[in-house]
Design a protein around this ligand. Sequence first.
Ligand code: URA
Length: 245
Amino acid sequence: MNVREEVMDLVGQIKRQLRNSQEIGLDAPFLSTARLHYLEGGPQLDGAPSGEDFPCNSLKELEDFISNCGRCKLGTERKNIVFGEGRAEARLVFVGEAPGMEEDLTGRPFVGQAGKLLTDIIKAMGLTRDGVYICNVVKCHPPHNRDPEPDEIGTCLPFLEAQISLIRPKIICTLGRISAQSLIDKGFKITRDRGEWHNFMGIPLMPTYHPAYLLRYPQGKRQVWEDVQEIMLKLGLRDPRRLRD
Ligand code: URA
């Protein structure tokens, strides 16, 4: 591609993104390339209203908007939509991949074993679960704990983007491969690429391992601790040099 073609390609991408934002009634243009990848690879939001006035002024309104969601096939088997929870003005948002079985039953994110470990990590950072916001890329439990599929991710990503645009955190921390691939790049390799700063919707994003991975490979805890220290430093929580073991 020459420079002119690259610029035209970029303009086309931006136009498509603006059109997608309008289709689900969101005023703000979301320019993350991850969403574009998924939306272009998967089906469009068939069930989403078009031309309706959707103000999306609060997390509660957004949660109500997606209640009864049947926009993708996960809607048929899930027990509860796991929208997310925490502080609406949180400076830090954790993004996992999709609810597990316990989350499906309770409607709350990260309440199982992996969730307990995430809670410990949050506490070790000097924060509380109530003080941060926790959610997932996909809001419904995939059957048999399988990975969410690209069309499911593509359908749900706009709602994560709406959540992020309402919270406007200072930092996003993705947990595991799927959320990093969804928010950063499909080619993201968690073992190779974690621990480096990225950007999502203009917000610094730190990708780290999923706590479920740490339950299987506790040796990864050291790297997660390095990654969260980066976050702590950016949040101005404490001098991370004093926190090393
Ligand atoms: N794993 C996730 O990615 N999210 C949850 O909410 C629970 C487990």
